[in-house]
Write a protein that binds this ligand. Structure first.
Ligand code: SF4
Length: 440
């Protein structure tokens, strides 16, 4: 078992034969700028087989001085630039980010925690988001117009977020509205409410804002679905089918009432009656990191580690969530480990960077990833200290590179969908009479 927190070093050790184990791609050792120049895809890692939309941003060439600098030189330059910029810059690092970058983060967390950290630092002129594209968009939505949100490598998208684009969702909505109509039932509930996972583009959050819908995170998905069912007869849930299915199933909704919507098929691949009977229409999206986890891995962990506590992320497929002891967000997993009083063996079903870091931070426990193959999130892996150094030193020279901005016409309804989420509390889902599903 690996005890270092650095996935990058683990992959190097495995490739050199200095450590046991395997990785999902030998190209993980390549520098991200080589990948940027070569592949129009997500790069090596868990999402490498997913098709990337043609309109996805590409990263232009990064100056040679950052490509050629040694790790030690980059470390010294990043620390010096951060010290010089002081409060003018905040660096955010996602839980799934590589340790070589996370070590410079002022805040480490999930996407929503980090967006809120950005919001709390109005004194910062620049927010460098070491995560993926939709996270930087959310930070832009919640920060002030004067603050610049920077994504160090524009190629750091998210394959799951990209599985639902605004044109496909608009088309789906049109077809569903044709079937369901728009009239509320006797209880004032509209035929369908759109719910988007935080892991989606700002355009989809804006869509939800415009159509009486809401955003959810993996921590509050059940509360948000309760909110939606108080206002609507059905839910269109995108882009992650697994979070939608796992959450709705735990609320007692039958699988037969959760048809999948495949945007490449007529009526999403369903007949009209199935859609009429639906409670939750699930978008055909998934996370390629969490799709790697299987029930066979859980069986193996239980056989080899009697008493093991298995915790998986709700983006995992339903059989995996059902076979685990617990399922919860990255923050839930972190807190469960921190809260374990006795030395415990944990088998975790989430991204390897977080799992290895938790293992290094909690030597009293044994913590390992259910997936034996070291296969990080491809898109998160595109951020390298070289890009961070480039972003910071550009700021010192008065230049903002790779700024992510959400246009006002999208930002306003997207914020509304986020505000609805923040106002939704467990057990307080009932709408004020007469406002159910109101378009905004
Ligand atoms: S782990 Fe999955 S959902 Fe998260 S950024 Fe990577 S591809 Fe997207």
């Amino acid at each position: 078992m690996t005890t270092t927190a650095s996935v990058d070093l683990t992959i190097r050790d495995i490739s050199r034969g200095a450590a046991a184990g395997s990785t999902c791609s030998t190209q993980l050792l390549d520098a991200p700028w080589d990948v940027d120049a070569r592949d129009p895809g997500y790069g090596p890692g868990a999402s490498m087989a997913d098709p990337i939309p043609a309109a996805s941003p590409r990263q232009g060439e990064i100056p040679a001085q950052y490509r050629e600098a040694s790790r030690e030189e980059l470390d010294a330059r990043i620390r010096a630039a951060k010290a010089q910029l002081g409060e003018k810059v905040v660096v955010l690092g996602h839980f799934y980010q590589r340790d070589e970058v996370v070590q410079y983060a002022d805040y480490v967390g999930d996407s929503f925690q980090l967006a809120n950290a950005a919001k709390a630092h109005t004194e910062a002129e620049a927010i460098i988001f070491c995560g993926v594209h939709f996270m930087a968009e959310t930070a832009d939505l919640l920060s002030t117009p004067e603050q610049a949100v920077i994504l160090p490598n524009l190629a750091a998208g998210c394959s799951m977020a990209d599985m639902a684009d605004i044109d496909q969702v608009e088309e789906c909505w049109e077809q569903l509205t044709e079937i369901y109509g728009t009239e509320p039932d006797a209880e004032g509930r509209v035929p369908i409410i759109p719910v988007t996972y935080m892991n989606s583009s700002a355009a989809l959050k804006g869509f939800c804002g415009r159509h009486g819908g809401i955003v959810c995170t993996s921590s509050n998905a059940a509360t948000v679905l309760e909110w939606a069912f108080a206002r609507g007869q059905r839910v269109l849930f995108f882009p992650d089918q697994h979070l939608g299915r796992n959450t709705a199933k735990a609320m007692g909704i039958g699988l037969e009432q959760m048809p999948m919507w495949n945007p490449r098929k007529a009526l999403g691949g369903n007949d009209e009656q199935t859609l009429q009977d639906a409670k939750v229409v699930l978008w055909h999206g998934f996370c390629s990191v969490h799709k790697r986890f299987t029930t066979a891995q859980i069986d193996k962990a239980r056989a080899e580690h009697p008493g093991v506590r298995v915790i998986v992320h709700p983006e995992c497929p339903m059989p995996v969530v059902d076979a685990a002891d617990e399922a919860g967000s990255t923050d839930y997993i972190r807190k469960a480990i921190e809260g374990a009083a006795e030395p415990t063996t944990f088998a975790i079903g989430t991204e390897i960077n977080l799992v290895q870091r938790l293992n290094a931070q909690h030597p009293q426990h044994e913590i390992f990833c259910l997936d034996p193959v070291v296969c990080p999130c491809s898109t998160m892996y595109r951020i390298h200290p070289g890009y961070l150094a480039w972003a910071l030193e550009s700021l010192l020279e008065g230049e903002v590179i790779n700024r992510i901005t959400v246009s006002d016409d999208v930002a306003e309804p997207a914020r509304l969908a986020l505000e609805r989420m923040l106002a939704a509390k467990p057990g307080s889902a009932a709408p004020a009479r007469g406002t159910a599903g109101a378009e905004a």
